[in-house]
Unconditional design. Sequence first.
Length: 134
Amino acid sequence: MHMEACAGQASSRHIVLVHGACLGGWSWFKVATWLRSAGHRVSTPDLAASGVDPRPLREVPTFRDYTKPLLDLLESLPPGEKVVLVGHSLGGVNIALACELFPEKIAAAVFVAAFMPDHRSPPSYVLEKVRTPP
């Protein structure tokens, strides 16, 4: 892969890969492996009721609660450390919320085939627009 050839050209980053709905951190296994082999630190948190978190989604009352594992990770970073957030699918809304709450801890946000709120609307706006009727 091209990134292996470029490993010596770029400084190491902490990259946080955020999965989409109905997935878990495991879904980033191959990408995380490539990034680590290129010398980057990689985190792949499981969002609430996802991956190895056995709770049913009905026990996660808000989107912020669903995003809490990512928010906790960002909160735990030492002062001055910045991460690159990468969100896939619904993970785009999770990283948008994280950018809103922790702007000082984000070096960049990458939306990969992801929902992306515009700069005038809160992240919840996207969810309201894609929510299916009751």
